[in-house]
Design a protein around this ligand. Structure first.
Ligand code: FAD
Length: 638
């Protein structure tokens, strides 16, 4: 439905351009639902016959075409062998899922089995990397690289020797980020954090400088910022007083409990309940924090435990909890390639299939290397990556304990194929595995279905410049109640020949985070509801919401969505973060009873990886699980 303000938002312009490009693109490949680029960039890419998924814009992440077959599997469709074509291929290893876990599994297997080992990686997306997704844009001939998912190398000090070893072998020296990332660029322009209050919730649209999230959200304002902030925020008098009290008061809101009891209590109640029932703040203060946990926890404060607030959020400072002794000094949040951890995925693929790029070795060259996607599935190469291929069935060729092979059936381009493998790693989402392998023991199938991945959206917006941000003094904006919880200007990373935007006159990428939730329900129910919402939301709705919030938040700084927005890519992740637990409802299982441990047991020649197997939404965990799965298979006789 067209909204009255579509013209002022620039929807009319984009739609006419989009329609034209859609038609052109569909004629070219016959496979893409939506595409939108500046005409110059479009012309350049259309002239290229080589498919290059990172440069596609519009709806990315789990794009249309990637999920439909998997949903047929979910809904019980059976693909029997009689209906599939035998490709005649036999592999030493087939990996289902080309995310970092699956790619790492391929890497570790080849390292042990030798360079002649024949490996096939199958993934349902048109690009490899899973959540580690690269988004490219072009503005006036200049390349801008963004990340559509996995943002950064987190907890680099805590990576296992295995994961750290892979990082080293790929040539990633995290120390280099200290010089690569310009940590003071925005501060030098007088910019910091801000909060956008929307009129639907707060009675008026108002952008207020200040506010504090986590270090990933930009420069931290000095202590005491909350007084000035509370004066300017559209709070009621009572909320204003409580907001300041929450930051300054040293009352022990859990007095009478021991330190251990307090810790347990904070894990068992939501931050929202803590604020309302223990700190007894005005409900507007809780509403202010509602979306603060969206980025890290993929849920609002109604379902995130109070312990998530840690030491950096207000209200816990009077509890007398001892500060944890850091084993190593805390790092700044800087371990970020321009395309996030897609660079890790690209480095692994480059190591497995060197023909994809003559350059691209090491952490600097990989940033701008344009990989040749035609070489991913090259019959000459012992390692092959086959994209747009959804695996629908994995079974043993005989009894699981005695079979020499598995048969892996997949659908690509509407056709069904099958290959043979000596060993198979399922590095895909756990929830689909019981449908791929109904022979698994019932207890394991049930455990595989336990976790619910969190849905998220990472939207990248190509902006002509960042003058409005500079004028308003913000580089990072939190919205307590808006469609997007967060938006921030790109990390300024100079690596290899890549140069980030350095002046407000230059084009830049704006990163926006949305987490669809259904506040008030248990965490996993909210994820299910959010996922359903995501798949029903068209690109047009995302585009309108994106333009609307930018116009309202930045309009006072001169931002005009009709001319300042040059491109939009929405990375939709209905199956985003791996389930890492719901402390409010989950029991404290003994280790062998933990669902993810029961879920990941080897079954004959099939081993199970993915970050789901670690119960952790972290890159290093995905790598560790790929490694464990491969070790389990290598122990089997050939
Ligand atoms: C938006 C977002 C941001 C994140 N940011 C960070 C971060 O900053 N740092 C960090 O460490 N971690 C981050 N993570 C967590 C991230 O999930 C892990 O770091 C890691 O990349 C997960 O890798 P994976 O291989 O386990 O899973 P995935 O990346 O999900 O890969 C699994 C692949 O298997 C495919 N697949 C599923 N079923 C089938 C099938 N039947 N046939 C074929 N293919 C199939 C999937 O489509 C997918 O491509 C983020 C996650 C998300 C969603």
């Amino acid at each position: 439905m067209r909204q009255p303000d579509d013209r002022s938002l620039g929807m009319d312009r984009a739609i006419s351009r989009r329609d034209f490009l859609d038609g052109a693109r569909v004629a070219l490949t016959g496979s893409l639902a939506y595409r939108w680029l500046e005409p110059a960039a479009w012309a350049e890419q259309s002239a290229s016959p080589v498919p290059y998924p990172p440069a596609l814009t519009g709806m990315r992440g789990t794009h249309d075409g990637a999920w439909e077959v998997a949903h047929q599997v979910r809904d019980g469709k059976i693909w029997d062998d009689g209906a599939s074509v035998d490709t005649g291929e036999t592999y030493d290893l087939v990996v289902v899922g080309g995310g970092i876990s699956g790619l790492a599994a391929a890497y570790f297997f080849r390292k042990s089995a030798g360079p002649a080992a024949r490996i096939l990686v199958l993934d349902n997306h048109d690009d490899f990397g899973g959540h580690a997704k690269r988004n490219e844009f072009s503005s006036a001939g200049r390349l801008l690289i963004g990340y559509g998912g996995t943002q950064a190398i987190e907890q680099r000090q805590n990576w296992s020797p295995v994961a750290r070893g892979l990082r080293d072998e790929l040539g990633i020296d995290t120390e280099k980020f200290f010089t690569a990332v310009d940590q003071t660029l925005y501060a030098r322009h007088g910019m910091g954090q801000g909060v956008f209050f929307d009129r639907e919730t707060w009675g008026q649209d108002r952008l207020v400088r200040g506010g504090r999230g986590n270090p990933a959200e930009g420069p931290v304002p000095p202590d005491g910022w909350w007084r000035d902030f509370a004066r300017q925020a559209p709070f009621s008098e009572s909320a204003r007083k409580d907001f300041v009290r929450l930051h300054e008061d040293r009352t022990d809101y859990l007095s009478g409990l021991s330190v251990e009891e307090k810790r347990r209590k904070l894990r068992s109640i939501s931050y929202k309940d803590y604020l309302l029932q223990y700190a007894r703040v005005d409900p507007q203060v809780a509403a202010y924090f509602q979306q603060r946990t969206h980025s890290g926890w993929a849920i609002g404060i109604d379902a995130a435990p109070a312990s998530a607030a840690g030491r950096t959020w207000p209200g816990l400072q009077g509890l007398g909890l001892p500060a944890p002794e850091p084993a190593v000094p805390a790092d700044p949040y800087i371990f970020h390639f321009p395309d996030g951890n897609a660079s890790i995925a690209r480095l692994i693929v480059r190591a497995l299939i060197p023909a994809v790029s003559a350059t691209g070795q090491g952490m600097e060259e990989i940033v701008t290397a344009r990989l040749d996607y035609r070489r991913l599935d090259d019959p000459q190469s012992p390692v092959r990556v086959r994209l747009s291929s959804t695996v629908v069935r994995v079974r043993h060729d005989g009894e699981p304990d005695r079979a020499a092979h598995t048969i892996v059936t997949y659908v690509t381009g509407g056709k069904v194929f099958r290959v043979k493998a000596s060993r198979t790693v399922l590095a895909c989402y756990h929830s689909i595995i019981p449908k791929l392998c109904p022979e698994l023991p019932a207890r394991q199938r049930e455990a595989l279905m336990f976790g619910v991945k969190a849905p998220l959206v990472y939207t990248n917006v190509l902006l002509r410049n960042w003058r409005a941000f500079e004028k308003l003094g913000v580089s990072h904006v939190y919205t307590p109640s808006g469609y997007y919880a967060l938006m921030f200007l790109d990390f300024p990373v100079t690596l290899g020949t890549y140069r980030p935007s350095q002046s407000p006159e230059e084009p830049i990428l704006l990163h926006m985070v949305r987490v669809p939730c259904a506040p008030g329900r248990p965490r996993r129910d909210q994820h299910r509801a959010g996922r359903a919402e995501l798949l029903q939301t068209s690109f047009e709705v995302f585009e309108r919401r994106t333009r609307d919030v930018l116009a309202r938040a930045l309009g006072p700084g001169g931002f005009d969505p009709r001319t300042d927005i040059q491109g939009i890519t929405v990375n939709r992740w209905p199956h985003g973060y791996a389930d890492f637990g719901d402390p409010l409802t989950d029991p404290d299982w003994p280790e062998p009873e933990r669902p993810w441990i029961i879920a990941r047991q080897r079954f004959g020649r099939i081993a199970i990886a993915n970050s789901d197997a670690a119960h952790e939404a972290e890159t290093h965990a995905a790598i560790d699980e790929g490694h464990r799965a491969v070790q389990e298979l290598l122990a089997l006789p050939s």
